[in-house]
Design a binder for this molecule. Structure first.
Ligand SMILES: [Zn+2]
Length: 585
């Protein structure tokens, strides 16, 4: 290997046809040369490693070729072509503006512009990274660019077009180079492999192409690295080991766990991945990408956006069939949110785990929705109102509708299913789960918890009882409920101290003194409201719990109130009291 040449150089394209992944662009350039419609200045823009400089060199060679081929390519045989290929041509001058960006550098170049070419027709000046020129250098260059001699042709290249002065832009023909597609890169890598006598698994080349992120030069450099690492036998496993790429197998396994709502499995897989030393943020962005790939696989029309190799395409399509669109939308969103919060998170592992838990719950919600859809036609006479057949039992069992207010839509769609399928044990759980987010959000609001009335048209409209009642009766039943409370002393005291006030539309309001009391009432609303609805014969009763403002503070009179006050100052006291079941006597 004493004459080793890196692949990026060895396989540098020498004709327009051999440029990878820029077909329409090279065709345009070729046509311009053939029809002899050349501009004096070109601007090649695009990401690094996509062939800008290569195209500029081929262009310079081709316009000077003394014996163009029929399809407009350089012959690579004439004296000019040979001079170009042997890098001894006087017709090409390259300036790397990243390191030579001063006025003097430009002046040296301008001096060269005046001298006509010794052979061929054009002198070509390639200025790489042209956006790096200083303003003074730009201005010095501008005069030459405005009135160049006939034999001079400029090709400016840049990765950052927006940094090039508008006065320059307006004098150039602009060509935008695009990222090279994975498929094009893989094809070229296959060609290079065959030329080098290297065996390579298609999926392995695919990983290299993905890692190179659209740049052929990077892809070839990674390729060289892998070739030396694997002694010319490039396998998928060797590539992911060498490049520290996470095996897509893990994403398939994670998706399986998520689809079956298996939180434990998903956490164990995460643990396995983290144990291999992968960075959490890469894992989550990879997972987001995986969901995205599954999404584009779900429809023939978006399949063009799928850049994973053909070898595992079928597997993606297979899994995509099992993932509903809605689930994927939400999964991508969750993964993306995790990605955004990752840097700021102080417990990154927990954030990842929480995201996985949420992802697994997506499917559970989906499963329940499906269950609901299956049950509907059986239990309800009217398929649009699943609660119809057992509205009565629902009034005593269904958690208060208010508890669901403000919670994500999942809750309200899930409600009828709980009502129509009466597994008694599951209802409190369900209700507690739905009321939880509300409790949290109200605490954040702090002062008043807005409880918009959720109409729940399907369930409530059915067998509704709306008997009138007054504030006195309300308080009486409120106290009656409080009297039934045995163990929850904090709740009992709150109910004794904070009385409801009837508002319009069967709403009542309870003014409490602290967030602890508010939370206590909200968490127990699932028991209080059904009791009141039943005893007052009114299924529309709703509760609003408001924390009174500081200036509404009243003095503590009774021993209960004193305790209340103390608990407000030190909430631990309340918990202590509850924990040991203490009472005031
Ligand atoms: Zn030639």
């Amino acid at each position: 290997m004493d004459n080793y040449i890196v692949s990026a150089r060895k396989y540098r394209p020498s004709t327009f046809r051999s440029v990878v992944g820029q077909k329409s662009l090279t065709t345009t350039l070729k046509n311009a040369i053939q029809s002899n419609k050349l501009a004096h200045a070109y601007l090649f823009c695009g990401p690094r490693g996509v062939g800008k400089t290569s195209c500029a060199r081929i262009f310079a060679k081709t316009i000077n070729c003394l014996n163009l081929t029929e399809d407009g390519e350089a012959c690579n045989a004439c004296e000019s072509c040979r001079a170009f290929n042997e890098q001894r041509s006087y017709n090409i001058h390259e300036l790397d503006a990243a390191s030579n960006n001063s006025v003097d550098d430009i002046r040296t170049l301008i001096d060269q512009v005046r001298i006509p070419p010794p052979i061929g027709k054009y002198k070509v000046f390639i200025i790489d990274e042209v956006h790096m020129l200083t303003t003074a250098a730009f201005n010095a260059f501008l005069k030459t660019l405005e009135e160049p001699p006939h034999h001079a042709l400029f090709i400016l290249a840049t990765t950052e077009k927006h940094k090039v002065l508008p006065t320059i832009l307006s004098r150039c023909q602009i060509y935008d180079f695009s990222r090279i597609s994975i498929a094009d890169m893989v094809e070229h890598l296959q060609y290079v492999s065959s030329q080098e006598g290297v065996t390579a698994e298609l999926e392995a080349l695919n990983v290299i192409a993905q890692k190179a992120d659209g740049g052929m030069r990077d892809a070839l450099s990674i390729f060289d690295q892998v070739v030396s690492f694997t002694n010319g036998n490039i396998t998928y496993q060797a590539v992911i080991d060498n490049l520290n790429v996470l095996d897509y197998e893990y994403y398939f396994r994670l998706t399986d766990a998520i689809l079956s709502g298996n939180v434990r499995a998903s956490l164990l897989i995460l643990n396995e991945i983290l144990g291999k030393g992968f960075d959490g943020q890469n894992i989550i962005t990879g997972l987001a990408g995986h969901f995205r790939d599954l999404l584009v696989c779900r429809d023939e029309s978006t399949l063009v956006l799928f850049e994973v190799g053909a070898s595992i395409r079928e597997r993606y399509k297979e899994m995509a069939k099992r993932c509903p669109d809605q689930l994927l939308f939400k999964a991508i969103e969750l993964a993306n949110t995790c990605d955004l919060n990752y840097r700021a998170s102080r417990n990154k592992r927990l954030l990842l785990e929480l995201t996985l838990i949420q992802l697994c719950q997506l499917t559970q919600a989906a499963v329940e929705d499906k269950k609901k859809a299956l049950i509907e036609p059986i239990s309800g006479t009217n398929p649009t109102s699943p609660g119809a057949s057992n509205g009565q039992s629902q009034q005593t069992q269904t958690p208060p509708v208010t508890a669901a207010a403000g919670a994500p839509q999942v809750v309200s769609t899930r409600m009828p299913s709980t009502a129509s399928v009466p597994p008694p044990a599951s209802i409190p759980n369900q209700a507690r789960r739905t009321s939880r987010p509300m409790g949290i959000s109200m605490k954040e609001i702090g002062v008043e918890k807005p409880k918009p009335q959720v109409a729940q048209p399907t369930a409530a409209a059915v067998k509704e009882v709306v008997a009138p009642f007054d504030n006195e009766t309300l308080i009486r039943e409120w106290d009656n409920y409080a009297a039934t409370i045995d163990k929850k002393v904090y709740l009992k005291n709150t109910m004794i101290n904070c009385k409801p006030t009837l508002q319009e539309n069967y709403y009542f309001e309870v003014a409490v003194h602290n967030p602890g009391q508010q939370e206590e009432l909200i968490n127990n609303a699932i028991h209080i409201l059904p009791f009141l609805r039943q005893h007052l014969n009114n299924s529309r009763i709703q509760m609003r719990v408001r924390i009174v403002e500081g200036n509404e503070k009243h003095l503590a009179y009774t021993s209960t109130e004193k305790l209340e006050l103390l608990m407000k100052i030190n909430p631990t006291l309340g918990r202590l009291k509850d924990e040991f079941n203490l009472t005031l006597d």
